[in-house]
Design a protein around this ligand. Structure first.
Ligand SMILES: [Zn+2]
Length: 210
């Protein structure tokens, strides 16, 4: 009898631990920041020849650094930590293996029209389990970014991008276009290291709100 009681209390203890651990796990959201382009794929090229792949990597690394420094860090991973080309399917696979709650792809825009400017946030045009939440999070991130940085908002857009289409069934999934490298002012803004940190802080703040 004593042994049975001992076993029962052990099961209860185990159950309690699972609940506490589960609560902690669900409170801490896991995020993957997909750092666009890389390696031989430079992405968009700015007026002063600055490359999209370098800007988004600088922003992502600044987010990681600020996340450590500011306390209460989020559980953040990157799809690439240096200047290497990762295939889109590998980026998606990584997000699924890590079972992330949020997939955020970082990009910069380019247009033939030099006056085109502002921030666009994309979600998948193909419906998935997390479509509604993705639109909500896209709106929240756009709002924070435009408020903090003072960029013009070009709105929430829907596109059939592979990274969004193939992750929206598993997690909240958004793609940020962080200004136009073809626009003189925004190109200058993104060429400044202080502004890169500022943009990283704005993105991190918006992620902390999710
Ligand atoms: Zn891009």
């Amino acid at each position: 009898m004593k042994k049975v009681l001992k076993n029962v209390s052990f099961v209860f203890l185990l159950l309690k631990m699972c609940i506490v651990f589960g609560q902690e796990m669900s409170a801490q959201k896991r995020i993957i920041i997909d750092v666009g382009h890389g390696g031989k794929d430079a992405g968009a090229i700015g007026i002063n020849k600055i490359q999209e792949k370098d800007i988004v990597l600088d922003i992502a690394n600044a987010i990681l650094k600020l996340n450590k420094e500011l306390g209460k860090p989020l559980d953040i991973y990157l799809t690439r930590y240096k200047d290497t080309l990762i295939s889109l399917s590998d980026r998606i696979r990584l997000a699924k293996i890590l079972k992330v709650d949020l997939f955020v792809s970082l990009h910069c825009n380019h247009s033939d029209n030099p006056n085109a400017r502002g921030i666009e946030v994309y979600t998948s045009s193909k419906q998935g389990e997390h479509s509604k939440e993705s639109v909500f999070v896209a709106y929240q991130i756009k709002k924070t970014l435009c408020k903090v940085i003072g960029y013009k908002s070009r709105g929430i857009k829907f596109a059939n991008f592979q990274v969004l289409r193939e992750t929206v069934g598993n997690c909240i999934s958004v793609l940020l276009e962080l200004g136009f490298l073809s626009n003189k002012e925004e190109n200058e803004y993104l060429s400044n290291t202080t502004n890169i940190k500022f943009m990283a802080l704005a993105i991190l703040q918006s992620l902390k709100k999710q």
